[in-house]
Design a protein around this ligand. Structure first.
Ligand code: IVH
Length: 674
């Protein structure tokens, strides 16, 4: 009796697997969905009555019961490589040349041509016909164990068909989400107010990275297999196309568009043909793949770094469509850069709805003459964010609106700086702007700045994400229990960090100025500022003109410095830093630290390339004193045209004399030293 039931169960499984195979692989179902469901329900009920007969490869066992804690690592026996890309016909022709040359062959090469799906590469390992492990590609050498999730994809056989398969067989392929499934998934998500996926690739990736296989099971995932990895025992055919054919007999789904062609002309024909079909294919592709069909040839060709020499991905140009710019918003990046983003009337580009496009920067906006209300051509290349290619000028409506750079940061309302000749506009609220906080604090803590030991990038992110700090001054108010409460933070390390913070309070003015993260004020400029001013306060009221007296400081840096110190909230953070005890020893104002400190100059005669005042400013900026009369203490006399008594005196006293040309050269050399 039991024997009988186990038989019935097994034959039901066999029938269900066969129908699956007919449906997915042969695309030739013999029964209706309803009939299939009935068979399935029958099997389920028998297994429920006789759980002792349940096996893991039963079609009822695709969804595991318990969610995972994390994905285990999987070492790939054979690395999972990537593909070299080609964007033009010339690239493809060059590829074919290289292949022929390496194989020392003049005859046309036989290529296997395949659509290139935009999904995720996976590896499926079968032992004695049963699926034992599935993994992501990861970095090519190590991936993640996603067996439980892969099992939920009905197109993946849990048990192989036929008998001729090798005892160990690793099959590789691409998991993807069909366009229709993607649209339906996003619709559902929208109704429920859940996360919308940007494209089918992200949706597929997100679905496979679920720790709970039940979630994956509810996602419309599919797979096409395109090759093998490790194979042990058994012999596989000697051509790639024949391997794909035999994979089909074992129950793997292979893309039906795949073709074998002769020579490069055949490849390019395939490319054009698939390109035409692309909009009507039920899945997204971003190109086609050409593979040398003969495996012996493949082996002779080998691979370079991470891609085989025997394969090439020929990418499609980005699909372009027209739509309207409804408005423009400005996003603030981590470094304060403002990026104009166009809000578009939603439009489908190769099956994906696009409603935003980057305009990069204001120069681009000007160059492309983009206005709000314009009809524009947009394109999307792979998973790169869509961009506006150009305006359709013939279609420009009577009324459009110019795109204007905001005067204040949309995030923190600080002044926006746009330096002439620079494409990028930036928010000046570096220490204060929430969009820039993380970068600002990371920089502040870095070794060459405040040198807060143990406060690495990860920890800074944790502190900000947990709302423990919002600017550098908050660091010095952190409490032991707050720190120790953080994930992965032991009390000892929390204690160490507090000590490091305490230690960092004693610093130098130069480090402090550098730590503030003023745009374009690097270590060298910070040092010059510190030497020149000696203390912090004068910087608050320094002008663009006065700052330019300092070596290394041109009009742009000077402007950045002035803007920085004119922002109240920057001053506020500085005040707070001083209040918590950040301090430094006063720098002896300029002189001693500058290269010409202690030297006295006398200027005489008419200088041609600069006025005497200018020469005086330059010398003083370098620490020199400029005197009116020559004495034994004079270090140099600078002589212009028609120099009189002072030159004579210098000669008498043996003081060094510099002609104008020498003087200019001297200034240059000295300025570099400083
Ligand atoms: S063959 C050594 N065939 O493209 C060969 N890859 O850019 C490596 N892909 O990681 C893979 N369709 O995720 C191959 N028909 C196809 C493919 C394909 C999509 C993906 C795969 C791979 C990536 C490389």
């Amino acid at each position: 009796m039991t024997n009988n039931i186990s038989h019935t169960i097994e034959s039901l499984r066999q029938r269900i697997n066969d129908h699956n195979y007919r449906y997915y692989v042969l695309d030739d179902p013999r029964i209706s969905d309803a009939e299939y469901d009935t068979l399935f329900a029958e099997l389920q009920s028998l297994e429920k009555q006789h759980p002792e007969f349940i096996t893991t490869d039963s079609p009822t066992q695709r969804v595991g019961a318990v969610p995972l804690k994390e994905f285990a690592e999987v070492q790939h026996d054979i690395p999972m490589l990537s593909l070299e890309n080609a964007f033009t016909e010339e690239d493809v022709i060059a590829f074919n040349h290289r292949v022929q040359e390496r194989l020392d062959r003049v005859q046309d090469i036989e290529y296997n041509c395949e659509p290139k799906l935009d999904g995720l590469a996976v590896s499926l390992r079968y032992e004695h016909g049963l699926l034992v492990r599935a993994a992501t590609r990861g970095d090519g050498a190590t991936g993640e164990d996603i067996t439980e999730n892969i099992r939920t994809i009905k197109m993946v056989p849990l048990r192989l068909q036929g008998k001729e398969y090798p005892p160990i067989l690793e099959v590789r392929g691409e998991v993807y989400m069909p366009k229709a499934g993607f649209i339906a998934l996003n619709k559902k998500a929208e109704i429920k107010g859940e996360k919308i996926f940007a494209n089918p690739r992200n949706a597929a990736a997100g679905s496979l990275r679920q720790l709970n296989p039940r979630i994956t099971a509810a996602r419309p995932l599919a797979i096409f297999c395109y090759g093998v990895g490790k194979v042990e025992g058994g012999v596989l055919p000697s051509k790639h196309s024949d391997i794909l054919a035999v994979l089909k007999t074992w129950g793997f789904v292979v893309n039906p568009e795949i073709e074998v062609v002769t020579g490069i002309a055949g490849c390019l024909d395939f490319y054009k043909k698939i390109g035409k079909k692309r909009p009507n294919l039920p899945y997204e592709i971003d190109g086609v793949v050409y593979k040398v069909n003969n495996l012996q040839d493949q082996e002779r060709l080998g691979f370079v770094s991470r891609a085989p020499r025997w394969a090439l991905a020929h990418k499609f140009p980005a699909e372009q469509v027209q739509t309207v710019i409804e408005s423009v918003e400005f996003q603030v990046g981590r470094t304060g850069a403002l990026t104009p983003v166009a809000r578009l009337r939603p439009v489908a580009v190769s099956g994906v709805t696009v409603s935003n496009a980057t305009l990069h920067n204001m120069d681009e906006v000007k160059r492309k003459d983009i206005h709000i209300g314009d009809i524009v051509i947009i394109q999307r290349a792979g998973d790169v964010i869509p961009e506006v290619v150009s305006v359709v000028i013939e279609k420009r409506p009577a009324i459009t609106e110019k795109i204007k750079l905001p005067e204040h940061c949309p995030v923190c309302h600080s002044v926006v700086e746009q330096i002439e000749d620079e494409a990028i506009a930036r928010c000046s609220g570096g220490l204060f702007c929430p969009a820039q906080r993380k970068e600002a604090v990371k920089h502040f803590a870095s070794r060459r700045a405040m040198d807060i030991e143990g406060l690495g990038d990860k920890l800074v992110e944790q502190l900000i994400d947990n709302d423990l700090i919002s600017n550098p001054a908050d660091l010095y108010k952190l409490k032991l229990d707050e720190l120790a409460g953080l994930e992965r933070m032991a009390e000892k390390s929390a204690q160490n960090l507090l000590e490091a913070l305490e230690k960092s309070k004693k610093t130098t003015l130069a480090r402090f100025l550098y730590a503030l993260g003023i745009r374009e004020v690097g270590e060298a400029t910070a040092k010059n500022l510190a030497n020149f001013f000696g203390e912090l306060e004068p910087l608050f009221s320094a002008t663009v003109e006065s700052l330019q007296e300092i070596s290394d400081v041109g009009p742009i840096v000077a402007q950045h410095i002035v803007t920085f110190f004119s922002e109240d909230h920057n001053r506020d953070v500085i005040k707070k830093l001083l209040a918590v005890g950040v301090h430094w020893e006063t720098v002896k104002k300029s002189a001693s630290a500058l290269v010409l400190a202690g030297k006295t100059f006398v200027l005489t005669g008419t200088l041609v390339s600069l006025s005497r005042d200018e020469a005086k400013d330059k010398l003083e900026a370098l620490g020199a004193k400029v005197a009116g009369s020559v004495s034994a203490k004079t270090s140099y006399v600078v002589v212009g045209a028609d120099a009189g008594s002072k030159l004579k005196k210098a000669k008498e006293l043996g003081v060094a004399v510099l002609e104008e040309e020498d003087f200019l050269q001297f200034l240059q050399v000295i300025a570099k030293k400083n």
